[in-house]
Design a protein around this ligand. Structure first.
Ligand SMILES: [Fe+2]
Ligand SMILES: [Fe+2]
Length: 284
């Protein structure tokens, strides 16, 4: 399907999840010079559920701070604005997912765990490969399969067919989606991210995480999410509906310049972080 048609599909779905006003306000204010930490902290604190969740994540083993960070201003000073903005986005996604219902064939709870698992693996990969701003890769990992949420919510019947096709044929989900829907979740997900005006880097990670056709300019961020997703499936951290473990793209492995012993460390560290964090972030 041509990208214009996907944009049309996205636009025709009237009730697509909107980016919460808090994230938009935050993006706007961060573009204004002289915005003070207090102003930013006030915006986040307007939404009690979001600010509570951000502080919960900041105090989780994911960050490993010894002393508890009790207020938003301190969190902003310690983590920096970019990281806080990413966390607000993560929390917004959590709130959106929480309202969705699982179908008989697609489990939202498992999907959320898969998203967290991929985000953690991608971040640890990024840190180990010395990629700048690993927190941006965390966000890319968290959102990589967001297109599936559009399918399960707005194309429910057709998506049941996709899930059945994955089971029957052992294809990867994006292959079955292409066959049945005419487009896949990397396309709808990246179109949604574009609509949300997310950074180009994030859109790229969503659009290319399967590396079905390797883009001319493969970035390290895309490679980290690609490998993070595959490791997440093989370690069975939640499930995004895949029935077999895909093969890692060789170019992606090469560009990160990692050794096999790094991989062992990455899997161990990520498993530990996943287990310690997931109970804090369970959908309930
Ligand atoms: Fe995917
Ligand atoms: Fe995935």
């Amino acid at each position: 399907m041509k990208s214009k048609n996907i944009d049309r599909t996205i636009n025709s779905i009237a009730e697509l999840p909107t980016l919460p006003t808090i994230y938009m306000k935050l993006s706007r204010i961060l573009n204004v010079q002289n915005s003070s930490i207090r102003m930013i902290s006030n915006i986040i604190s307007e939404d009690l559920a979001v600010s509570a969740m951000v502080l919960k994540i900041v105090n989780s083993p994911l960050y490993g701070f010894h002393n508890k960070i009790g207020d938003m201003q301190r969190a902003i000073v310690i983590l920096g604005l970019n990281e806080i903005k990413n966390l607000v986005l993560a929390t917004s996604m959590y709130k959106t997912i929480k309202q969705l219902k699982s179908s008989s064939t697609f489990d939202i709870q498992e999907f959320w765990k898969h998203s967290i698992g991929c985000a953690i693996l991608a971040k640890v990969l990024a840190e180990t490969a010395y990629i700048k701003n690993p927190e941006d890769v965390f966000t890319g990992g968290l959102l990589h399969d967001i297109g599936k949420l559009i399918h399960v919510t707005y194309l429910r019947e057709e998506f049941e067919g996709v899930v059945a096709n994955v089971v029957e044929t052992g294809s990867q989900m994006f292959e079955s989606e292409k066959k049945i829907l005419g487009f896949d979740h990397t396309q709808t997900g990246s179109a949604l991210a574009k609509k949300w005006c997310l950074p180009r880097k994030t859109i790229n990670m969503i659009a290319n995480h399967h590396l079905s056709d390797t883009p001319d300019t493969l970035t390290k961020e895309v490679a980290a999410v690609h490998i993070g997703n595959i490791l997440c499936i093989s370690l069975r951290m939640g499930s995004g509906g895949e029935k077999r473990v895909p093969i890692i793209n060789q170019k992606a492995w090469k560009i990160l310049d990692l050794k096999l012993s790094d991989l062992e460390y990455i899997m161990q560290r990520s498993t530990k972080l996943f287990e310690e964090s997931i109970s804090n972030m369970e959908l309930n």
